[in-house]
Design a protein around this ligand. Structure first.
Ligand code: PLP
Length: 269
């Protein structure tokens, strides 16, 4: 990769993380569609990227010899002499590698996780999965300092947006609330599945934000992401959410999510 790659010097690109097991990918089409939308939003010529990844990924996984894990995909604007204006003729750099890993056990889901609230210091195009993750790096560092595992971004209006690398859901009176998929959050592939599963389970879903203060007194809070599926958040800013244990709505949806993921990733699914 050239030292002049726009990804390296300007964080000028987009990425995806896709889970796989054996020869099966979890919601690959949705991830590649989001990658394509990101490329369009950044005016990076993405012609053929989607088809190339679709062709190459099975072979990449096969050659890696790993049975389970995630694939990191990245497309940058490519190498060009350093200049803020977009180069006319740079050829995008496409990259993919395999990270072998295992995913949460049910006991880990029950054990949940912790988070802290922080002012959202990101830009106003969080709908693009851009490789510039400086704000998330700072946010996760603040979370670690405060003894929490994840940061929750709060807007200037005190509305809760999402997590450092996940979407966020709040359960109030049996209903699931989550920020609408606008420019303040990434429309997570897993988030969409959570909403589908909730509706199928007869749970009322509201794509409306709640305030930080409402979150702190919610019955349950949980997150969703490719690498964590659906995970209860048991403490925020050191204070227990509800009874400080994984709640019934979170667990019902997490159970259902595991079944859906297992089915998608099973060889005969
Ligand atoms: N929001 C942010 C900021 C993220 O970085 C991520 C994933 O990395 C998500 C949400 C969850 O998206 P997905 O479910 O597609 O992994």
């Amino acid at each position: 990769i050239s030292v002049q790659d726009r990804g390296f010097q300007f964080a000028d690109g987009v990425y995806e993380v896709v889970r796989f097991k054996g020869s099966r990918f979890l919601w690959l089409d949705e991830h590649l569609a989001r990658l394509e939308r990101g490329l369009t939003a950044l005016a990076i010529p993405g012609v053929g990227s989607r088809d190339r990844f679709t062709r190459v990924l099975p072979e990449l996984v096969r050659r890696s010899g790993s049975g389970e894990g995630s694939i990191y995909l990245q497309v940058t604007r490519g190498p060009a002499p350093r200049d803020f204006s977009m180069p006319i003729s740079a050829v995008p750099t496409e990259l993919a590698y395999v990270a072998p890993q295992t995913f949460f056990t049910w006991d880990q889901v029950l054990a949940g996780t912790t988070a802290c609230l922080m002012e959202d210091i990101r830009w106003t195009r969080c709908d693009i999965k851009a490789i510039c993750l400086t704000a998330a790096v700072l946010g996760k560092a603040v979370a670690a300092e405060r003894g929490a595992s994840e940061v929750i971004w709060v807007g200037p209006d005190r509305l809760v947006r999402e997590g450092g690398s996940c979407n966020l859901f709040v359960v109030r009176g049996g209903e699931v609330w989550t920020h609408p998929a606008d420019r303040h959050i990434l429309a997570g592939v897993t988030r969409l599945r959570v909403l589908e599963i909730a509706r199928e389970s007869g749970v009322v879903v509201r794509e409306e934000p709640v305030t930080a203060e409402e979150l702190l007194v919610a019955d349950e809070v949980f997150l969703s992401s490719t690498l964590r599926d659906l995970l209860p958040i048991l403490r925020v800013d050191g204070r227990p959410i509800g009874r400080g244990q994984a709640g019934p709505v979170s667990l019902r949806l997490a159970e259902r999510m595991r079944a859906v993921v297992d089915r998608e990733l099973s060889a005969d699914g």
